[in-house]
Design a protein around this ligand. Structure first.
Ligand SMILES: Cc1cc2nc3c(=O)[nH]c(=O)nc-3n(C[C@H](O)[C@H](O)[C@H](O)COP(=O)(O)OP(=O)(O)OC[C@H]3O[C@@H](n4cnc5c(N)ncnc54)[C@H](O)[C@@H]3O)c2cc1C
Length: 463
């Protein structure tokens, strides 16, 4: 049977089960055809809206028997072409799996369905004095965050999604349901299947439930902004804060261009378009005081401005809202342009060389590309803003490759958090040796012998 016949047959078998939760509507399929910032369209043939683990298992059994591609869909905020249905097939949308299943306040963990978003979880937890700290800028689902190994501004203190997941329920390609991981902080029993799934981008299984760690809401929080005349001084400040082991809550760098975009988009009155650092200090009052004193001294040594404080909750949240909106601020900065985002990470000691080199590369390219970074992790992004015609997209991709090559040469990685998808598959063989890639392919073959799970992503074909 050819692929189109197999897909039609699968849809015919799925329709009585899913009824009005299966859609072939063109608009619905187009909404599942690509993520953010990746304009190529690859719609699936149909979308099914799962509400339970059993729904996912049923759909996978049928698709596996017929060799039909299946693409898990969370919120569609991924940036590297992860959800494009490059070979057509069925998109399994998990956004209706949005229940918080249990909260164990005493153990500081909870279990959620995969379609719960990070903000939904934090609203749910509001009265518990607990919160979930992983905060990518997009309103992502927790299943999608596991699948892309996401992080955000809180990673410098609380770690990425990898450090905050204890267990998973995963439906395997053949429909079998695997519950792996326990409600404990550590365990030494066999292969770590939880973390095998983290970052697998829907290519090894579909996550339907996640056991996550929670954290106590800090007693005191204070946000501060300081500005620098030079990018080198700004980066050096971040490096020294990390090298002094200050338990900083958040620390984000915005270069002059990014700051200009944010001032305009988020109406950040009173700030100048120069390299800028956003800090958040968290802890008991004494701990916060100590952190502030240490960081203020580092800033002064690096010729930074005095701190501009936001201690009130509304001011703090306006500041971090502006930080989370940098992607939209970039798009608004050059109306009519497309934004192609980059993501690379280096060891802390290489940050100054990396960021200053990136700035040089950007200036030489003639592309407007603001730099923003989860700088305490060594991770930074640009959004390359290019007109949609001419050879601009190729020029942007060449710049992206240059930044990745720089990061790899400095011992870094091609992606700190956005993942691989279609866009970064080439980087896999620059970063991983042939043996590592062989092992990855062997794992894929074992778990998904018919290659139905998100085919054409993450692992480049053998040359
Ligand atoms: C404005 C903006 C800012 C962003 N900032 C950050 C940031 O700071 N840090 C960061 O890490 N990312 C960031 N991102 C990227 C994005 O939010 C993350 O990649 C996020 O984790 C994707 O989650 P999602 O639910 O949207 O997944 P989707 O985009 O729907 O899917 C992403 C991938 O995961 C797979 N998948 C989805 N759900 C499941 C599941 N339940 N089981 C198995 N596979 C699944 C999909 O098949 C796909 O391969 C940003 C995006 C935007 C638009």
């Amino acid at each position: 049977m050819n692929r189109s016949d197999a897909i039609e047959k699968a849809i015919a078998k799925l329709t009585p089960y899913f009824a009005d939760r299966l859609s072939r509507n063109r608009t619905v399929c187009e909404l599942h055809a690509h993520g953010e910032g990746f304009s190529e369209q690859h719609p699936p043939h149909a979308v099914v809206f799962a509400e339970t683990t059993q729904d996912v298992s049923f759909a996978l059994k049928i698709c596996n028997d017929l060799g039909v591609p299946v693409i898990a869909f969370g919120a569609g905020t991924s940036l590297e072409g992860q959800i494009n249905a490059v070979s057509g097939g069925i998109s399994i949308d998990l956004s209706r799996m949005n229940k918080v299943l249990e909260v164990n306040a005493g153990d500081m963990d909870c279990r959620v369905q995969a379609g719960v978003t990070r903000q939904e979880l934090n609203v749910y937890l509001r009265d518990e004095g607990l919160f979930f700290p992983v905060d990518p800028g997009g309103e992502a689902t927790i299943g999608g965050m596991c699948a892309t190994r996401a992080s955000g501004t809180g990673a410098v203190r609380y770690g990425t999604i990898r450090e905050n997941v204890l267990g998973l329920t995963v439906v395997l390609a053949d429909g079998r349901i695997m519950r792996t991981g326990r409600r404990v902080r550590k365990s030494a029993t066999g292969y770590d299947l939880v973390h095998l799934m983290i970052g697998s981008e829907g290519t090894l299984g579909i996550i339907t439930e996640v056991q996550v760690r929670l954290h106590g809401v800090p007693e005191t929080m204070a946000a501060a902004v300081c500005q620098f005349e030079s990018l080198a001084d700004c980066v050096q400040t971040a490096v020294q804060v990390m090298q002094m082991s200050v338990p900083i809550g958040r620390m984000e760098l915005l270069d002059d261009v990014q700051m200009d975009a944010c001032i305009q988009y988020s109406k950040l009155d009173g700030y100048r378009p120069v390299p800028t650092m956003f800090f958040e200090f968290q802890g008991g009052p004494e701990a916060v005081k100590e952190q502030v004193e240490t960081v203020e001294a580092i800033v002064a040594d690096n010729k930074g401005s005095a701190f501009q404080w936001s201690t009130r909750a509304d001011e703090r949240s306006a500041l971090w809202k502006a930080r989370h909106a940098v992607y939209w601020a970039c798009l608004a900065y050059r109306p009519g342009h497309i934004g192609i985002s980059t993501d690379a990470i280096v060891p802390i000691s290489a940050l100054t060389e990396m960021i200053l080199g990136a700035k040089e590369d950007i200036l030489a390219s003639g592309i407007v590309a603001p730099i923003v970074g989860h700088i305490g992790d060594g991770n930074f992004h640009t959004v390359m803003l290019v007109p949609s015609g001419g050879d601009w997209a190729e020029r942007a991709h060449a710049l992206d490759q240059k930044l990745v090559a720089r990061a790899l040469a400095l011992g870094g990685s091609a992606s700190g958090e956005h993942g691989i998808g279609m866009a970064k598959m080439k980087c896999m063989s620059s970063e991983h040796d042939a043996v590592s890639l062989d092992v990855m392919r062997a794992i894929k073959k074992t778990l998904d012998p018919n290659n139905i799970l998100n085919p054409g992503k993450l692992l480049p074909a053998v040359a």
